[in-house]
Design a protein around this ligand. Structure first.
Ligand SMILES: Nc1nc2c(c(=O)[nH]1)N[C@H]1C(S)=C(S)[C@@H](COP(=O)(O)O)O[C@H]1N2
Ligand SMILES: [Mo]
Length: 417
């Protein structure tokens, strides 16, 4: 049992991660597919409405119109039937445009999904059966009926294309963090997953924060890192200079938030902090020989105090890629401090400043920030016992993740204006 729970879940973390992020490509692809399918269906509804109202297309000759040859009789679908089809197509178009966020979400997500699943099925069936029937008619009695030619070449393929677009609109949406249920944002016990003490598993990698209302900082035009504090020569460095100075490395590690959720197998790519320290900071900045740590600060003003003993661990990275793609704004673009042996709050996103210190500064988090925050020792809090904090922290996880996603969306909208 343990194995069947843990291994597929760690796989899902991976695939969910890749498509997560409201500004990532999957969101755009999903919305474009929904828009395209919606527009085609609006047109189809309009054409059916036109037919229902007695309009004739193609051509003007009644006998050559959307007629069916059944036995020896020729008949049109009734105006009522055609009008019903027009109404159904209009409804389906509305569903897709809601999915594309071009219309307000007047239906609950569950109903939207159900409607779209039925739509995809109906369109696929109509496409396949239509093509077969029309091909059959064209080699027989219906050879002269333009409807069958149009159906084989245009209507049936269009049904299949719209069915495929609907499936795309549905599929990538399912993995999107802002649409996953609160239940899936609840960290679960994972027998056999060998998580650190008090940690539980999440199968998606949400945006998270100590303050879920915090907006995303605007992305700088060029990623710059300022190194200062107890150094002789402060330094401005852009990302390309950093990339030129130290070799790129890759690291696959689990991620552990202090609020007890963990995700597994995130593959980061970037620059070893120890290498940056040895090859850039030491020779070029000349830090005070009594330096004991570095404050890592993000563009949103959030910072963490990192003891040099932790910062210089071989698995600590300044990462600019996650799972083979450039770091998304949600997960810390352009550069993120990744320290897998420490809780999430030491893994500062949007890193813009490193400040070397010889005397530990006051924490901006207060006593909530443990000076080391090592996960295996469960150093959650500088004063309170970690085990007492597990439940109080854990119960706020789903809501915090939800709210963090929501403020991402509003800051994305703001910067789009
Ligand atoms: N700049 C910045 N870095 C930050 C935070 C933040 O709010 N701002 N939140 C921290 C916390 S508490 C956690 S758990 C992780 C969450 O990372 P994620 O949003 O990529 O899941 O980022 C950490 N780094
Ligand atoms: Mo966290």
């Amino acid at each position: 049992m343990a194995d069947t729970v843990s291994s597929p879940e760690s796989h899902r973390v991976h695939s969910a991660q890749r498509s997560t992020g409201p500004t990532g490509p999957s969101m755009a692809v999903r919305r474009n597919a929904a828009s395209a399918a919606g527009v085609v269906l609006v047109l189809a509804a309009a054409v059916h409405g036109y037919w229902a109202a007695g309009g004739r297309w193609p051509g003007w000759d009644e006998a050559s119109l959307a007629q069916r040859v059944v036995g020896d009789t020729v008949h049109f679908p009734s105006a009522f039937a055609t009008a019903s089809v027009a109404a159904l197509l209009g409804g389906a178009a509305a569903l897709l445009l809601i999915r594309a966020r071009l219309l307000p979400p007047v239906l609950p997500t569950g109903l939207q999904r159900l409607g779209l699943v039925l739509l995809a099925g109906a369109l696929a069936a109509r496409g396949v059966l239509g093509a077969i029937t029309s091909a059959h008619a064209l080699v027989g009695r219906g050879a002269d009926v333009p409807y069958y030619r149009l159906d084989l070449l245009v209507y049936s393929p269009a049904c299949l294309v719209v069915a495929a677009l609907t499936v795309v609109a549905l599929r990538s949406g399912r993995r999107h963090v802002d649409e996953i249920s609160l239940a899936r944002l609840w960290p679960r016990r994972a027998p056999g997953a060998a998580l650190p003490p008090g940690q539980r598993l999440l199968e998606v990698f949400p945006r998270f924060s100590d303050d879920p209302r915090r907006p995303l900082p605007p992305l700088p035009a060029t990623a710059e890192l300022t190194i200062g504090g107890a150094v002789v020569h402060p330094l401005h460095l852009d990302l390309s200079a950093l990339a030129g100075a130290v070799p790129r490395t890759q690291l696959t590690a689990d991620f552990h938030c202090v609020t007890t959720w963990s995700v597994r197998d995130l593959t980061w790519s970037g620059f070893s902090f120890a290498e940056v320290w040895r090859q850039v900071i030491v020779p070029r900045c000349e830090p005070d020989p009594d330096s004991i740590g570095v404050v890592v600060r993000g563009a949103d003003g959030v910072q963490a105090i990192i003891d040099l003993r932790d910062a210089l661990q071989p698995d600590v990275l300044l990462a600019d890629q996650l799972d083979g793609a450039p770091l998304s704004p949600v997960h810390g673009a352009p550069l993120r401090f990744v320290s897998p042996q420490q809780y999430g709050y030491k893994n500062i996103k949007h890193v813009s400043h490193l400040e070397v210190f010889v005397r530990t500064p006051e924490s901006t988090f207060g006593p909530k920030e443990h000076p080391r925050a090592r996960v295996t020792r469960e150093e959650r809090h500088s004063r309170l016992p970690a085990t007492a904090l597990r439940w109080p922290y854990r119960i706020v996880v789903p809501l915090t993740a939800r709210l963090s996603e929501r403020s991402t969306r509003s800051s994305t909208r703001r910067s789009a204006r």
